[in-house]
Design a protein around this ligand. Sequence first.
Ligand code: HOZ
Length: 428
Amino acid sequence: MIEQSKQLFDRAQKSIPGGVNSPVRAFKSVGGTPIFIDKAKGAYLYDADGNRYIDYISSWGPMILGHAYEPVVNAICEHAAYSTSYGAPTKLEVEMAELIISMVPNVDLIRMVSSGTEACMSALRLARGFTGRNKVIKFEGHYHGHADSFLVKAGSGLATFSIQQVPGITAGVANDTLVASYNNLEQVRALVSENKGEVACIITEPVAGNMGCVLPEAGFLEGLRQICDEEGIVLIMDEVMTGFRLAPGGAQEKLGIKADLVTYGKVIGGGMPVGAFGGKLEIMEHIAPLGNVYQAGTLSGNPIAMIAGYITLQTLKENPSIYTELNEKTVYLKNGLDKVLKAWEQPFIINQFGSMISIHFSDHPVTDFTSAASANNKIFNKFFHSMLDRGIYLPPSAFESWFLNNALSYEDLDETIKAVEESLKTIN
Ligand code: HOZ
């Protein structure tokens, strides 16, 4: 029974484009009615009709500790009473910056913004301002938010809706965006040599999460580092998904790769709208007011957002066992899924890294966008709905990673594996 969700969706479409404030939420590619959420606690979402779902989206990543984590909620309530915004510096921002710098490698200075989009957009401008070059190399199927330069062969909603070209993006901007296949160093080398002295930066998701979860192959990130060093190119790691999720120091720590600039979002805000970009002093000192690369925001460093992020990051820093627990839970889920999917006797691929995981209904390894896009997404769509009917909330697209949160219990994981087993019986 999702009567309330149906009514709300009808109503929403009269005042909000497509009835949603972010496209993938509309369920357009999987079909059906998006579930309207009323509240959430721990690992569970509750919809407007009172149905309970085990949540594998975790707000697309941020809710790593589970929903309505009490210390975060209490701190937000306390700070809201002091005012929700000042537009002036606070001690909390200093503490937040110091905490981030103490957790992540290779960050001398960090600037807070309000979203991952803003973080990536600003890091790109900074890389261009620092190098005096215009071009950016990105990877097909990677998503770095919705700034113009990144919406070329992008993942996430663009892959979900097969949007190849985005109207409104000028040819000049698109021409400055060069695209290579993820895990293909040869293509990167070719682009760099064809555009000698013109490439400002290479931006990558270290572990891709916007074409499902896709892992970097051995040597790929190291190869990017080497190319950037040789050619004076800024390496930007987009850790919006992986930052504070794969390890306290994100993918940089987990994979041992040093970026020049790094971008954050999602977990860094503990569920509030927060992003950040940071990196080496010699680059970051070009940002205004130290330098002339301009970037600003009325709600940047907002006190409510900062306290939610600060408590979340501090909890993760003080309890590194959370990462071990999350990893063990995700591997348990992977093994359980593997067992029931093997019994189903149709091809599938499960990619997993830390608490990121996804299933592609494919007979070949998924290592880049071409292999992700050639999976059988009609099966995924049936699978999604069958799981939803059984109270399991997966991302409504095969081009999105699932994110586990640490409130998930082993009973929840068993319930999920059982739901997969039952769902597969309904799919032919
Ligand atoms: N682009 C986000 C995930 N890759 C989706 C955000 C949302 O719909 O909330």
